[in-house]
Design a protein around this ligand. Structure first.
Ligand code: FNR
Length: 180
């Protein structure tokens, strides 16, 4: 069967740069890899341990989120930085899988993209801490901050900056190699 890479954008915005960057990454996936998108962040309820308790009514969106993660061989997250942190909707989704452990040993690549010079490195570092706490397997070369991202994509979302293209290629290679 094909390897399944599940991508998650940390932005809910229609014209999100992070979502567009994921589209470019789909274009550089090796053959034999099925690239999927998780688009359910906004459907998830706000996490509470009460809702997650054994006796609680299971929530459809939570079930779907966990199923999508379980059916993936690897994950790529691409997120903006909001006020130096991980956007709340993405953090909320991650909080839903702390106890159910879908990220345990999951090969995971993590990208932050920002129009600002710093590239969202603070949110990126925070996201990596969270994922490592959940025992995700993040290959050394599978993390990337993309600064000045608005100058690096053309209007249809293709990456036009050669350094970024090469960094994304390295990231994909590191992620896929870690599956073998
Ligand atoms: C931002 N932005 C931002 N950028 C950054 O580099 N560091 C930051 O702390 C923040 N904080 C922040 C907060 C909020 C509420 C918004 C809406 C934006 C700017 C952000 O990087 C920019 O809007 C990106 O385009 C957002 O990513 P998407 O939605 O295009 O993927």
């Amino acid at each position: 069967r094909n390897l399944v890479v599940l991508s998650i954008s940390g932005s809910l915005r229609n014209q999100s740069i992070n979502s567009r960057l994921l589209s470019s990454i789909e274009g550089i996936m090796p053959t034999g890899v099925e690239f999927r998108r998780y688009d359910g962040l906004a459907r998830l309820p706000h996490f509470s341990p009460d809702l997650d308790a054994d006796e609680a009514e299971p929530h459809e969106a939570v079930y779907e989120w966990r199923e999508q993660l379980r059916s993936a061989d690897a994950i790529i997250i691409c997120t903006p930085e909001y006020a130096r942190g991980v956007p709340g909707s993405l953090k909320n989704a991650l909080d839903w899988v702390v106890s159910s452990s879908e990220f345990m040993n999951m090969p995971t690549a993590v990208i932050s993209a920002s129009p600002h010079p710093d590239g969202g490195t603070t949110a990126l570092a925070s996201l990596i801490l969270t994922l490592k706490m959940m025992s995700a397997a993040i290959p050394d070369e599978a993390t990337l901050a993309v600064p000045f991202v608005s100058k690096k994509l053309d209007p249809d979302g293709s990456v036009i900056d050669m350094n970024t293209l090469s960094s994304l290629g390295n990231l994909v290679r590191a992620l896929i190699q870690s599956l073998r």
